[in-house]
Design a protein around this ligand. Structure first.
Ligand SMILES: Nc1ncnc2c1ncn2[C@@H]1O[C@H](COP(=O)(O)OP(=O)(O)OP(=O)(O)O)[C@@H](O)[C@H]1O
Length: 654
């Protein structure tokens, strides 16, 4: 077997793949974000999906590269992404074209060399409409007992194998069984090609990444990078669809006969090696996530071994994780079997698959760049900061569309003074809601009620789908029913205060790691690494050992923002974050807040910076005497206020 310098890109474990990808993306000038996974890899390594974005955030045309949908196939996709970033550096992009690389979307599967995720779910069967009952795969139900036996060998296993062989013969060979087994099933959590019972972490994370980085697009080409089906060392270019759409015609124009379109359906067949009978493909979800764009979802599928050999490797791995032991010779040999079934230890295979895939990327990218007249190419500025984004999916919500925060009917009195008189706020994930209003209208009190720094007298607060339980105290007022729930919710809601509220006796670094270590029980070394990444992000790398008193107001506020982010909050509340600052220091803090907004953090911002609120917000609420007097999109609120009070307020602030 020939050796190739490129084969090195495939080598190593999850951490090595990750480090190489980050280094290449950083050198190319991409900005990096990290979506931490709640579990760890086999050596205790932290797991995450990394996202690299190259280009302007308002680009209308985007090429997306996704690796590791099936975890064990990840080294191939990772190598493609890393090579793509490495080969053409420094990058030149027109203003209107960008690249988004989503590295190892099923990080657990890659780290543990499994095709499936941490819940034995095949991610490529998980993108179904969970509002409806999952489809029933009746014929799989008959086969299930023939695919899984608690014993690795012995009479029970022999009996099962004999029954499987009989079923195979009846079906005309493995080719007859494959469409049934690979179609996916939603009944047997211990079975093969299990689609799950709700959207899994990788599903929700992919949708969140797309909603953050793939907004306002016109034309999008997506490559989802796979191995394990089709002829050996042949990277097939496919597009999987349930019905014709405009992206397919675009793809046919672009790639001609090199592109095979696979139409899926209950009785569909294909010679591509991938399951045409399956439901829940990533491709469908990607199109749904960008309804206003023309999207061409592509799959590169690199053939490896015979279908049945690959299937046997998957079956053995399923047995190993249910009944076997990883750290035994048998465990190791099964792991080798599945790794080589998806990534052959053959430099020629690697070279052929990598070079053809890179050619496909080049072709797609060239098409995108010239579409609608090429813009002026510019060197992308190095924006190599690593951003650690909130991990919103620890508790595996059942639906993907829950608002991040829903607050209804909040009332609050201070003695005789009625400060809030029924305030409602709704924010979707990734939305920025700004509250404006005169001094004393109740804005800060409202924010403080959301994380229960003040107890509302009445009202409902739901954060990320979980409602804060309230009970009536003896004096008739509402009070939280469960202190532990309040503490848990508080740890998920970050608050940035007007006066920074840093601990003066602790250094900046100590301020940042205190809560993650004490409350989230993070390992100190990890919390420190995270803190340094956050300090880089807010431009304070060199101030980690300073005490707050040694910093300017703007620096203190940026440190306070880093401290908030260290808790990976699902919601960030910012209470007039610039109002204690000298005018010349306001800009540096607003720049950091703008970056958080662009990265898709959900935020509620109380501010007197009208121009900033207008630029950064999805929605504005105007509060007057403890009530929302008017709310709407910034353009409507500032250009065409409906109420006389808002008109007057704006005229005073201009
Ligand atoms: N703990 C408290 N005890 C008594 N009154 C309070 C308390 N906190 C706030 N208030 C009163 O509630 C009203 C609303 O205050 P709040 O700080 O929420 O207003 P705001 O809209 O944020 O004002 P500003 O823009 O000036 O910060 C004010 O009259 C304030 O004096």
């Amino acid at each position: 077997m020939a050796s190739s310098p490129q084969s090195g890109l495939f080598a190593g474990d999850f951490s090595a793949l990750r480090a190489r990808f980050i280094a290449a993306a950083r050198t190319a000038g991409a900005s990096l974000s990290e979506y931490p996974h709640p579990l760890r890899g086999p050596s205790g390594e932290p797991l995450a999906t990394d996202v690299a974005y190259l280009g302007r955030r308002d680009a209308a045309k985007l090429m997306v590269l996704i690796s590791g949908t099936h975890g064990v196939e990840g080294p191939f996709g990772s190598a493609c992404q890393t090579a793509w970033f490495s080969q053409n550096s420094p990058w030149h992009l027109p203003d209107d074209t960008a690249v988004l690389a989503i590295h190892l979307i099923n990080p657990w599967g890659t780290a543990w060399s499994r095709r499936v995720n941490e819940d034995n779910v095949d991610l490529n069967r998980n993108f179904i409409d969970w509002n409806n009952m999952p489809p029933k795969n009746e014929r799989y139900c008959d086969l299930h007992p023939l695919l899984l036996c608690p014993s690795w060998d012995g009479p029970e296993r022999d009996q099962m194998d004999a029954a499987y062989e009989a079923a195979k013969a009846k079906a005309g060979g493995y080719q007859g069984l494959a469409p049934i087994i690979e179609a996916g099933q939603y009944e047997y959590p211990d079975g093969l090609f299990y689609g799950g019972d709700s959207p899994v972490w990788s599903n929700l994370t992919l949708l969140e990444i797309l909603s953050t980085f793939a907004r306002h697009l016109k034309d999008v080409i997506v490559f989802d990078l796979h191995t394990g089906a089709g002829p050996y060392a042949y990277p097939a270019l496919l597009s999987v669809a349930e019905s014709e759409h405009s992206g397919l015609d675009w793809g046919r124009e672009m790639f001609g006969p090199a592109l095979s379109v696979v139409m899926t359906g209950r009785h569909a067949a294909t010679g591509s090696g991938i399951a045409a009978t399956a439901t829940g493909y990533v491709s469908a979800a990607i199109r749904q996530a960008m309804p206003a764009a023309r999207v061409l979802p592509l799959v590169i599928e690199c053939g490896t071994l015979e279908g049945e050999t690959v299937s046997n490797a998957v079956k053995a791995d399923n047995w190993l994780h249910l009944y076997g032991k990883l750290d035994t010779p048998l465990g190791e040999s099964i792991k080798n079997q599945i790794r080589t079934a998806f990534i052959p230890d053959d430099a020629d295979w690697r070279k052929a698959c990598l070079s053809t895939s890179l050619r496909h990327f080049d072709r797609a990218f060239a098409q995108l760049k010239t579409l609608g007249g090429a813009g002026v190419e510019k060197v992308v500025p190095a924006a190599a900061s690593v951003t650690v984004l909130a991990n919103p999916h620890h508790d595996k919500p059942k639906t993907a569309e829950k608002p991040a925060v829903a607050v209804h009917g909040i009332h609050k009195r201070f003695g005789p003074l009625s400060v809030l008189n029924g305030v409602d706020v709704l924010a979707k994930r990734g939305e920025v809601v700004s509250m404006i209003g005169s001094s004393g209208s109740g804005k800060s009190t409202f924010l403080r009620c959301i994380n229960l720094l003040e107890q509302p007298d009445q009202g409902q607060i739901v954060i990320d789908g979980e409602e804060i339980q309230m009970k009536r105290a003896a004096n008739g007022r509402a009070t939280p029913a469960d202190r532990r729930q309040v503490e848990r919710m508080r740890s998920r809601v970050g608050m940035v205060f007007q006066n920074f509220n840093l601990w003066p006796h602790m250094t900046v670094l100590e301020n940042i790691i205190e809560a993650p270590v004490q409350v989230l029980k993070e390992h100190k070394a990890e919390a420190i690494d995270h803190a340094h990444a956050l300090l880089r992000k807010v431009g304070l790398s060199d101030k980690h050992a300073h005490y707050p008193g040694q910093l300017s107001g703007g620096q203190q506020q940026r440190a306070a923002i880093a401290r908030t982010l260290a808790m990976r909050p699902k919601l960030i509340l910012l209470d007039e974050p610039t109002s204690a600052l000298d005018p010349e220091l306001v800009g540096e803090v607003l720049r950091v807040i703008r970056q958080l907004a662009e990265e898709g953090n959900t935020m509620i911002l109380v501010t007197h910076e009208m121009q900033f609120a207008r630029e950064v917000s999805h929605k504005i609420l105007f509060l007057h005497q403890g009530k929302v007097e008017e709310e709407g999109a910034p353009v409507d609120m500032f250009n065409a206020p409906r109420s006389e009070r808002l008109r007057q307020f704006l005229s005073r602030t201009r």
